[in-house]
Write a protein that binds this ligand. Structure first.
Ligand code: AMP
Length: 130
């Protein structure tokens, strides 16, 4: 069965998209640890990150770096944290999280964000992509 992220990639379910190329997509996490929390996802569905082909893994890192720099330009923060988990959604994704405090990397601390803010933030990040 297709993962929820494959359904986002195919447009079956909506997302707040910030970047896309032929191999990858990035969209805002729907339950963010911090404002600007973004997921970078390969279009080819693989469960575990270290099962990816080495070249595709490196390309995912390159794509994630580009998105991280755009988030950092958009959201005031000390730095962008990166995490890979996948216990909830078994489709590789890199979490990019604007950090001001260690608690934002714990996945216990969540922030409420309104629909309008998700929409405008996704556009702002997309506009800051190099
Ligand atoms: P994990 O698999 O543990 O790395 O966590 C999956 C992440 O995906 C969580 O942070 C969820 O909030 C996020 N997530 C789940 N469904 C969606 C969705 N439809 N759109 C955006 N983010 C999602």
């Amino acid at each position: 069965m297709a993962s929820i992220f494959t359904k986002i990639i195919t447009g079956e379910i909506p997302s707040y998209k910030v970047a896309e190329d032929d191999q990858f997509i990035a969209f805002l996490d729907i339950n963010p640890n911090a404002r600007g929390h973004t997921l970078c996802v390969p279009k080819q569905e693989t469960n575990k990150i270290f099962d990816m082909q080495p070249q595709q893994y490196l390309e995912l890192m390159r794509f994630s770096r580009r998105v991280a720099l755009a988030i950092e330009k958009t959201v005031p923060c000390k730095r962008i944290g990166m995490s890979v988990i996948g216990l909830e959604v078994p489709h590789v994704h890199v979490h990019l999280i604007p950090l001001n405090d260690m608690k934002e990397m714990t996945f216990q601390h969540k922030v409420k964000q309104h629909e309008n803010d998700f929409i405008s933030l996704a556009k702002e990040i997309a506009n800051n992509l190099e």
